[in-house]
Design a protein around this ligand. Structure first.
Ligand SMILES: *Cc1c(COP(=O)(O)O)cnc(C)c1O
Length: 328
């Protein structure tokens, strides 16, 4: 039984319309030529805040009761989820505290503050930052909005699947970056709810693919987190995972893993052939096609999920670097 089904995703779509961008889909001529089938790109990296996470965050915040909204929201992410929650909350006039450790660079703190959230600096690790979130929840009535393992987050991300099929109704293969699985759980529920025979394929990096390791083990497991070009796909799925593990196990047809060099090639292809700047985690669909690790059946839609890559890293990859360790 899918955790989130089509009606909940359709409700999310009407709830968040007007607060998020409806992003375009475009045909990629170069990828279509190589694959021998039409390949479309869902240009979600052009979403406000530079990544799709604004959809889930906006849906989660709008789903709170008036009383909960009045007390505020919190999270410990300084990545794309933190940016999204900060923007969604400030857009809706809700107090938001993003907790982070002293080790988080000042430009990241400033970026969160610029989005209208309070950047609270606590301790020396992500765990200590999360403890401050837990304290805000227990003592001050804040609501913790997590990055993926949450119904409203899954439903919000699923709105991407509705738009993909609205724009490419003939799509048969959907390629989605995979980390904690909120994104692919929502998209797969939306796509299969409308088109049960369409295939949904998740793509992660070889270096620290927590969902794939958990699927093989048959339960959520931890993996060592390693530096990767696809930094937004890093991190675990949570040993106490409630929603996304089962959804991915039940709905996703296949998971593909990529090397750093393959991800780098995806970033370069996006730049030189599609003229798009994307982060490593967003280039994996393109990369899997280029590497021949996905055999597309019928028209393909591949999701470009974000563009928040450090521009000096982007420059070095575009100049030929194949990993984080090999700047050019
Ligand atoms: C978070 C993120 C993902 C993965 O989403 P999950 O819901 O964790 O699977 C993919 N791409 C980008 C750019 C992200 O920020």
């Amino acid at each position: 039984m899918p955790i989130v089904a089509l009606p909940e995703i359709q409700e999310a779509a009407s709830r968040i319309a007007g607060n998020v961008r409806r992003t375009p889909v475009e045909l990629s001529h170069s990828l279509s030529d190589r694959a021998g089938v039409p390949v479309y790109l869902k240009l979600e990296h052009r979403q406000i805040t530079g990544a799709f996470k604004l959809r889930g965050a906006t849906n989660a915040v709008l789903s709170l009761s008036a009383a909960d909204r009045a007390r505020g929201v919190a999270c410990a992410s300084t990545g794309n989820h933190g940016r999204a929650l900060a923007h969604a909350a400030s857009n809706l006039g809700i107090r938001c505290i993003v907790c982070m450790s002293k080790l988080v660079p000042e430009n990241k703190r400033d970026a969160i503050a610029a989005l209208g959230a309070e950047a609270r600096i606590v301790g020396k690790s992500q765990d200590e930052a999360q403890r401050e979130v837990d304290r805000l929840v227990a003592e001050e009535g804040f609501t913790d909005i997590p990055p993926f393992d949450h119904r409203a987050i899954v439903a919000g991300q699923g709105t991407i699947g509705l738009e993909m099929l609205d724009d490419v109704p003939e799509a048969e293969t959907i390629l989605v970056p995979l980390s904690g699985g909120g994104l692919i759980a929502g998209i797969a529920a939306a796509v299969k709810g409308r088109k049960p025979d369409a295939r949904v394929i998740g793509i992660s990096m070889e270096r620290g693919a927590a969902m794939q390791a958990s699927l093989s083990a048959g339960r959520p497991v931890e993996v060592e987190e390693l530096p990767t070009l696809a930094d937004s796909l890093g991190g675990g799925i949570g040993l106490a995972n409630s929603w996304t593990f089962e959804a991915v196990r039940d709905l996703v047809d296949e998971v593909v893993l990529l090397s750093e060099a393959e991800i780098a090639a995806g970033i370069r292809h996006a730049y030189f052939e599609e003229r798009e700047i994307v982060e490593g985690g967003a280039a994996v669909g393109i990369a899997a096609l280029l590497a021949g690790k996905v055999r597309p059946q019928g028209p393909v839609v591949t999701l470009l999920s974000g563009r928040n890559i450090a521009m000096d890293l982007h420059r070095s990859v575009v100049n030929g670097a194949d990993s984080l360790e090999a700047p050019r």
